[in-house]
Design a binder for this molecule. Structure first.
Ligand code: NAD
Ligand code: UD1
Length: 336
């Protein structure tokens, strides 16, 4: 299939391009390089020994998107492009709604106009809010407390309504849990700008000596050891989940949790990282982070049953590959 990948130069997008190319699909990437670098796509080509088409453009630009649909016979779209920093979304709500919602609407209406029916959307476990674990696709969604999370809930609603009106649409709403790690080669991975918000990139920077110690946000949660529990998923498992969704999609809207199904606490992750990589991670317990929940992990039975997909790589592999990438990573200039 010819797959249009928005945000394909980013963290999850670039790994998914590798999986798509390896599965024999053709890839057309559009990315405005707001939070990524062209170099990453060169590495995708190097890793797969295959070519891809790249357009530097904004996914909210309707005329430009239309032109891409005219230039290529597109069979499906994976929509990764968007802003993703929770804290920043509280400070810049309008920018977040503009980018994340308008891009979803522009792409969906382009699909409608050009008769492209397969759409895979990057949603997030954040839409479950503070529900009871494990989170299952049939749960009622709860408020997410920030514009980033709300932009995912609203995008899911937009796509669901679009599919009610156009019954040819085959749409997958993929709710990612916590993507971590990097391609096994260490050539591509997660390279956040500035101080990392998320746990794994912070841990790798502490391991590298770039940061002095990890701040553990609270040890008084009702969890196994008092620290927050999350469902970490290797980014290559996640990438393969996209290929499975694309290849198995049927008409209508289908929601899938993409996670490992296992909860790991902050302390458990630190220990796994130390054991996998033979390094020490100094840490200090500090106050809880505003907006954090105690535990989040997935019920993953639906994706296994309907897509034949499940996560294969364990927490040690995630820690090893995250560190392998960080060790080799030479900071690239992020195009702004
Ligand atoms: P990322 O920032 O690495 O990748 C997003 C890419 O989209 C970047 O390359 C950026 O330059 C591009 N982009 C942003 N706005 C654009 C626009 N208007 N037009 C064209 N390109 C644009 O983020 P990621 O971690 O790869 O996340 C991909 C998607 O998955 C996002 O929608 C994110 O919200 C969602 N998601 C991510 C996580 C996570 O923990 N990383 C978890 C759940 C959901
Ligand atoms: C974050 C986002 C969430 C998003 C998810 C997946 C916030 C508030 N939430 O959540 O919307 O869907 O990523 O990308 O940013 N931790 C520390 N010290 C740190 C960093 C994190 O102790 O320096 C703890 C957190 O309290 C949490 C766990 O580690 O218990 C994981 O944190 P993080 O990687 O930020 O993921 P989420 O909290 O799931």
């Amino acid at each position: 299939m010819n797959i249009l990948v928005t945000g394909g130069a980013g963290y999850i997008g670039s790994h998914t391009c590798v999986s798509l190319l390896e599965a024999g699909h053709s890839v057309i990437v559009i990315d405005n390089l707001n939070n990524s670098n062209l170099e990453t796509l060169e590495k995708v080509k190097q890793l797969t020994n295959k070519d891809l088409t790249f357009y530097q453009m904004d996914a909210t630009n309707e005329a430009a998107i239309d032109q891409v649909f005219l230039n290529h016979k597109i069979d499906g779209v994976i929509h990764f492009a968007g802003y993703k920093a929770v804290g920043e979304s509280v400070k810049k709500p309008l920018e977040y709604y503009q980018n994340n919602l308008v891009s979803t609407m522009v792409l969906t209406s382009a699909c409608q106009r050009h008769g492209v029916n397969r759409i895979v959307f990057s949603s997030s476990a954040t839409v479950y809010g503070d529900n009871q674990v494990p989170f299952i696709e049939t749960m009622n969604l709860l408020p997410t407390t920030n514009p980033y999370g709300e932009s995912k809930t609203i995008s899911e609603r937009i796509l669901t309504d679009a599919a009610k009106a156009n019954t040819n649409f085959s749409i997958a709403l993929l709710r990612y849990f916590n993507p971590v790690g990097a391609h096994e080669s260490g050539l591509i991975g997660e390279a956040p700008n500035g101080i990392p918000n998320n746990l794994m990139p912070y841990v790798t920077q502490v391991a590298k000596g770039k940061r002095e110690k990890l701040n553990v946000f609270g040890n008084d949660y009702p969890t196994v050891d008092g620290t927050g529990v999350r469902d970490y998923i290797h980014v290559m498992d996640l990438a393969e989940g996209h290929v499975a969704a694309l290849e198995n999609l049927t008409e209508g809207v289908h929601i899938y949790n993409l996670g490992s199904g296992k909860g790991t606490s902050v302390f458990e992750l630190i220990h796994a990282f130390e054991e996998a990589n033979g390094v020490t991670i100094p840490y200090e317990i500090v106050d809880r982070r505003l907006g954090d929940i105690a535990a989040s992990y997935a019920d993953v039975s639906k994706a296994k049953l309907e897509l034949g997909w499940e996560a294969k790589r364990d927490i040690k592999a995630m820690c090893r590959d995250a560190w392998n990438f960080e060790k080799n990573y030479v900071e690239m200039t992020i195009a702004k």
